[in-house]
Design a protein around this ligand. Structure first.
Ligand SMILES: [Zn+2]
Length: 198
């Protein structure tokens, strides 16, 4: 006897009807089941890979989504996340010579400070930063350019000299602004702006 999906009324066949559905006399086609799952997934909240149930007080604090950390969840649910401007920065650490981190943040010094808390030596160095009217686009551009010339790469860390990384940041197109050209040419390997923090 011909059966039809109770949602969309399509004729249920071998190809559009899951076997478990058939066995359970569940008259819903694959498309309708997938739609329902997608809808349910859109309401799920994950933080740091952990599933947050609707009974958890955290659930109502954030829009559903998959956040890397609680800090990320807080950030992406705040007005701050709407800010496009910010900085693309270069951070180094003497423990990993010849490697630099290229990242973006609304405030580069604030980002450096959070790095320092993870090191007993407070030995991260903010080598350089440039302002961008679209920090995400500028970071993407910097990563693409760094990827093309680096020896190795691990996420946002590149095996690259500080000088090469500075050149990339000083030559970002439309969104990036490294200041006046004369200023941009004065950098040396030793030039870092960490001193201004303390
Ligand atoms: Zn259907």
């Amino acid at each position: 006897m011909a059966r039809h999906c109770i949602k969309c009324e399509v004729l249920l066949t071998d190809t559009n009807w899951y076997t478990p559905s058939r066995n359970n006399k569940d008259y819903k086609c694959k498309t309708c089941i997938r739609k329902k799952e997608t809808k349910a997934n859109k309401l799920q909240l994950y933080i740091n890979g952990k599933y947050i149930s609707r009974k958890d007080p955290l659930y109502n604090m954030f829009k559903p989504g998959n956040y890397k950390t609680l800090g990320d969840a807080t950030f992406f649910n705040s007005k701050l996340s709407a800010i496009q401007e910010g900085y693309v920065y270069i951070i180094s650490n003497r423990s990993w010579p010849h490697w630099v981190k290229i990242g973006m943040a609304i405030d580069a010094e604030d980002r450096l400070n959070s790095y320092q808390t993870s090191s007993p030596y407070r030995d991260y160095v903010l080598e350089h930063r440039v302002f961008s009217s679209d920090r995400r686009a500028s970071e993407q551009e910097a990563h693409t350019k760094a990827s093309a010339i680096c020896i190795g790469r691990a996420n946002e860390w590149f095996e690259l000299s500080v000088r090469e990384a500075i050149t990339i940041l000083d030559n970002l197109n439309e969104h990036g602004h490294s200041g006046t050209p004369t200023e941009a040419d004065t950098h040396t390997e030793e030039d870092n702006i960490q001193g201004s923090l303390f």
